[in-house]
Design a protein around this ligand. Structure first.
Ligand code: GLC
Length: 552
C-alpha cells in the first residue's frame, strides 16, 4: 500500500451555505454576504475549515444563481465585491477558507456572451454555445432531454437555429470544444483564486465535454483532457480544494478525477446512494422505499475503491437533496437520535465530510401542501409535465414533499422568533413552521443537542488521525437494520455500529470484534470483552476504539 500524501482538506469539514437562505442582514427577505459574515463565529465554533458558497454571482436567478450572467460580479441581492473580500478575510481570520461554486457547463441566457451569440450567426461569441440546425424532419436536432424536463434544445427564432441546454432553457450550455471558451473560464478562475479563495465546487462538471450529435451528455471523451488542462492553467501550484459534482461518477471514474497522479480534482461528489432510491422512469418524484443493505453496499464499494488512491467526499444532503434526517432517519419520533446517528455514521468514514446548512441542528423537510409554496424551477417544471401526463397532482406533491429541492432551501432556523430569525422582512420562501422547536438558539442551550454532537464529530476528525487515514472494513453486510464498520491502522481500530431503525435490535458480534473496547462516542462500551450479542436501542450509534487492528 502506498501512503497517500496528506492534504489539509483531508482532515477538514466543509459547510455548505445556500446564501439566499442563510442569513438576511438587510430585511429584503433574502440571505446575503453580510449575513454570512455575522454568522462566522457560529461556524468557527462548529469547527469547520471550509465554507462552500452556492453561487453568489450576478444572475437573473432562474435557477437561484446556477444561471450566471456575469462571472466577475456579485449579485446585488447578496452584496458587493467589498462584502465578498470582507467575507474572505473574516473567514480566514477564523481559519476558514471559502469555496466558490463554479458553474461553467452553462451560463445564464442573460450573460453578455449569449446575448451577443444569439444576436447573429456571425457573432464573435456564436461558437461559445452549442447551435444546431433543425433535424431532418424540420424539428428538434435530436431527442436529448433536459434535466429539468422537456427537450434540451430551444429554437432561437431570430437566427433560425436551436441552442443546447442540459438544464432550463435559461441555462444555455457553453461549448467547451472552443478553446476561447476554455481560456475565458481559466482566466476567470485565476482571478478568483488570486483574490484568496480556497478552491471551487464545480457544478455538473461531468457534463462539460458533451457531444450532442453523438447523443453524449455526461462523461464525454474529452472530459479528463479538459480537467487536466484546467489544472495546468489554474490549479497547479496552488494548495486548494476542488470538488466536482458528477451524477454519473462511478468508483472507477472517481479515480480518474481524483487519483494522486491525475492532476485533475481533489474529489468528486457522487450520487449512487441517492439515485438508488429513485424510480426508474419518474426519478425522484416517485421515490422507492429505503433499503439499508443497498446503501451499505454502495458506501462500502466507494470506500474500498478509493482506499489507496483518490479521495471520497461524504455527504447526506445538499441544496438539491431532501433533508438528511427526513430521508434517512425519522424526523418525527426520533429526530434527535436519528440525526445524530446519521452524523456519526458519515463522519467516521474515510473522506471529506460536507455538512449542509441546518443539518447540524436537524432541520427537516418542509410540509408544503400547495404547489404555490414551491419556488424551485425544477419542481415547477416537473409539476407541469406530470399534470400534462395525466398524473394526479396529489402524487406529485407527495413526491415533492419527499424529494423536492425546496426541502433544503427553506430559511436557516436561527431562533424560535418571527421567520426563525432569518429575516426581518418577508422571506423569499416560507420558513418551516417547526422552527419554533428546531433552531440554533435552542440547540445552543442543550448540551445533548444535535449541534453539540456535530461539534464533537468535527473536532474528533482533527484530533484522531485514524479517522483520516484508517483502513475501512465493513461488517454485518446483510443485516437489514444495522450498519457496522471499522477503521484500522497498525495498532488501533475504531468501530462504528449504528441502528437505522426506530426499534431495538440485536446483532451477532463477529469473533474478531469480541474484544475490549473503550468509548469514543455514544453509549459506554461494556467493561469487559464485547459479548456475542449486542443490543442497540432505536437509532443508537456507538463508536468504540481498541488498541489493536481488528483487520488482522
Ligand atoms: C447542479 C446544481 C443544481 C443546478 C444544476 C444546474 O446540479 O447543484 O442546483 O440546478 O447543477 O446548474
Amino acid at each position: 500500500m502506498t501512503k497517500q500524501p496528506t492534504h489539509w482538506w483531508q482532515s477538514a469539514t466543509v459547510y455548505q451555505i445556500y446564501p439566499r437562505s442563510f442569513a438576511d442582514s438587510n430585511g429584503d427577505g433574502m440571505g446575503d454576504l453580510p449575513g454570512i459574515v455575522s454568522k462566522l463565529d457560529y461556524l468557527q465554533q462548529l469547527g469547520i475549515g471550509v465554507i462552500w458558497l452556492s453561487p453568489i454571482f450576478q444572475s437573473p436567478m432562474a435557477d437561484n444563481g446556477y444561471d450566471i450572467a456575469d462571472y466577475e460580479a456579485i449579485a446585488p441581492i447578496f452584496g458587493t465585491l467589498e462584502d465578498f473580500d470582507r467575507l474572505i478575510a473574516e473567514a480566514k481570520a477564523r481559519g476558514i477558507g471559502i469555496l466558490m461554486d463554479l458553474v461553467v457547463n452553462h451560463t445564464s441566457d442573460h450573460h453578455r456572451w449569449f446575448i451577443d451569440a444569439r444576436s447573429a450567426r456571425t457573432s464573435r461569441y456564436r461558437d461559445f454555445y452549442v447551435w444546431r440546425d433543425a433535424g431532418s424532419d424540420g424539428g428538434l436536432p435530436n431527442d436529448i432531454q433536459s434535466t429539468f424536463g422537456g427537450p434540451a434544445w430551444t429554437l432561437d427564432e431570430a437566427s433560425g437555429q436551436y441552442y443546447f441546454h442540459q438544464f432550463a432553457k435559461e441555462q444555455p450550455d457553453l461549448n467547451w470544444e472552443n478553446p476561447e471558451v476554455r481560456a475565458e473560464i481559466y482566466a476567470m478562475m485565476n482571478r478568483w483564486l488570486d483574490r484568496g479563495i480556497a478552491g471551487f465546487r464545480m457544478d455538473v462538471i461531468n457534463l462539460i465535454a458533451k457531444e450532442p450529435d453523438r447523443g453524449i451528455t455526461a462523461d464525454g471523451p474529452k472530459l479528463h483532457e479538459y480537467l487536466q488542462e484546467m489544472h495546468r492553467e489554474t490549479l497547479a501550484g496552488r494548495d486548494v480544494l476542488t470538488v466536482g459534482e458528477s451524477w454519473s461518477a462511478t468508483p472507477e471514474s472517481a479515480l480518474l478525477y481524483s487519483g494522486r497522479d491525475r492532476r485533475e480534482l481533489s474529489m468528486v461528489f457522487q450520487f449512487e446512494h441517492v439515485m438508488a432510491q429513485w424510480h426508474e422512469t419518474w426519478g425522484k418524484w416517485q421515490p422507492k422505499p429505503f433499503d439499508l443493505v443497498g446503501l451499505k453496499r454502495i458506501i462500502s464499494r466507494w470506500q474500498e475503491a478509493l482506499a489507496d488512491d483518490g479521495w471520497n467526499s461524504l455527504f447526506w444532503g445538499n441544496h438539491d437533496l431532501p433533508r438528511a434526517v427526513s430521508k434517512y432517519g425519522d424526523d418525527k419520533g426520533y429526530r434527535v437520535e436519528s440525526a445524530k446517528m446519521l452524523a456519526t455514521v458519515l463522519h467516521f468514514l474515510k473522506g471529506t465530510p460536507y455538512v449542509y446548512q441546518g443539518e447540524e441542528i436537524g432541520m427537516t423537510n418542509v410540509p408544503f401542501t400547495s404547489i404555490a409554496q414551491y419556488r424551485d424551477i425544477e419542481t415547477l417544471n416537473m409539476h407541469r409535465l406530470h399534470l400534462e401526463a395525466g398524473l394526479p397532482e396529489a402524487d406529485f406533491i407527495a413526491g415533492a414533499n419527499e424529494n423536492g429541492r425546496d426541502n433544503s432551501r427553506t430559511p436557516m432556523q436561527w431562533s424560535a422568533g418571527p421567520n426563525a430569525g432569518f429575516t426581518s422582512g418577508t422571506p423569499w420562501i416560507d420558513v418551516n413552521p417547526n422552527h419554533t422547536q428546531i433552531n440554533v438558539e435552542a440547540a445552543e442551550h442543550d448540551p445533548l443537542s444535535i449541534l453539540a454532537h456535530y461539534r464533537r464529530l468535527i473536532a474528533l476528525r482533527k484530533e484522531m488521525r485514524i479517522i483520516v487515514d484508517g483502513r475501512y472494513r465493513s461488517w454485518l453486510d446483510e443485516h437489514p437494520d444495522v450498519m457496522a464498520y471499522t477503521r484500522s491502522v497498525a495498532d488501533q481500530s475504531i468501530m462504528v455500529v449504528a441502528n437505522f431503525t426506530a426499534r431495538s435490535v440485536t446483532v451477532d458480534v463477529p469473533q474478531a470484534l469480541r474484544r475490549k473496547w473503550v468509548t469514543v462516542i455514544g453509549a459506554a462500551a461494556p467493561a469487559d470483552v464485547l459479548p456475542a450479542t449486542l443490543s442497540l436501542g432505536p437509532f443508537e450509534a456507538n463508536v468504540w476504539a481498541t488498541a489493536a487492528s481488528v483487520d488482522g
